[in-house]
Design a protein around this ligand. Sequence first.
Ligand code: URP
Ligand code: ZN
Ligand code: ZN
Length: 470
Amino acid sequence: MAVREPIDLIVRGGTVVNADWQGEADVLVRDGRVLALAEPGSYRSPDVRGATEIDAGGHLVLPGGVDPHCHVGFTSGDFTSLDDYRQATTAAVFGGTTTIVDFAIPRPGENPADVAAAQRAKADQGLCDSALHACVVDWDATVPEQLRALTADGVVTVKMFTTYRGETMADEKTILNVMTSLRDLGGMVVIHCEADHIITDVQERGAAAGAIGARHHAGTRPELAEAASVAEILAVAESVAAPVYFVHQSTPEAVDLVARARGRGVRAYTEAVAHHLVLDDSAYAGPHPERFVCCPPLRSATTVGALRSRVSMGQVATIGSDHCCYDTAQKESVRHDVRAMPNGLPGVETRMPVIFSELVVKRGLPVGRFVEALCANPARLNGLYPRKGVIAPGADADLVLWDPTATTELRATDLHMATDYTPYEGMQITGRPTTVLVAGRPVVSEGRLLDPAPRGRHLRSRPLGSGLIC
Ligand code: URP
Ligand code: ZN
Ligand code: ZN
């Protein structure tokens, strides 16, 4: 089909990879959006006169990554993670991610809608677009109206926690109420599941035995605490016929519970995060166990292998980063007591390269499945598809030229996250983004920032319909 409209940019000679299709195609871009995919070489001067041409020969052309789980400047306990929107999105773009979904998590006494409004106002500091999960901790008479206003305003997902008592933990009735409200508003609870009473008890026993430092972290948050909480929350979702998305599932048991529920018709989804698929609990025996403290913790190598197999089997809908940018000083300051530690690992920049290398290159995950889990499904499950997560006419021209054979040794000093370490220090990886376009503008190329202008937009998520299942 001949495209007669003017073209701003053409990405030539690459292999376009969508979740459900891949093949040789040129990508035509106009006004920041994909205009068409074209037969390779079918558009030449004068058709493309004045258009910028980018040679993608030897590269995959991927939709920009969508990171469904990214904490920017997140305050928890006594600690605030160290990045702002500009820093987090700069790192994201260097790693091939062009959309992040951040969290607006209220501190005690704050209300969810106000916190979401404040966080949303920061989106224009970003180098790429962002969307938001709200968060509800306590139920009161104002919450239904806040949820209505949030969903009407494009914030359709609400994070809830079954742990961190006194901080962000919600009780069972609050979770049920929020699920029910969101069900009717086209929204969805996204939930962190670890049974707090089990963890608190194990931690108290650990503290009494002098085993509560960072090296004991994995043992203080056992796998069964995650499975117990997931089972409870699935029962609630099934009872009220509400969709539910489980963030950072770290065990095969937890994933299997969700898969079985989906088999019964429950709209339940698993998110895995990169560090649970790549790193294991041997990190806690190393010289810097505190650098690996996250919740849920890194699991045994056996569990990690079983979790990876769930990705291969198609039981993991999305792979996020759970990016949380603390530095080594913050981590070290309370390494003697995991109960006081800032939880979370930096990862928005490494998510795509590390998963590509470990799952696609080393373990044969089809690249279309990689795109599905890191681009398309995160967009679908956050009401952003098909604007994001796919290369198709009308989608934003967020495009990643990906060299599938380039090798890199990961070093914190080469990365752009606002911290002084990466949990992947020294890891050899294969595959990386070489050029990244945001809304048709080349922002990063060959490791250089070409366009530092903050043109990020807050994305209003669309209501999630019953066609959500993927
Ligand atoms: O350890 C983690 N995951 N920190 C970030 C906050 C959360 O629970 O997602
Ligand atoms: Zn969490
Ligand atoms: Zn998180």
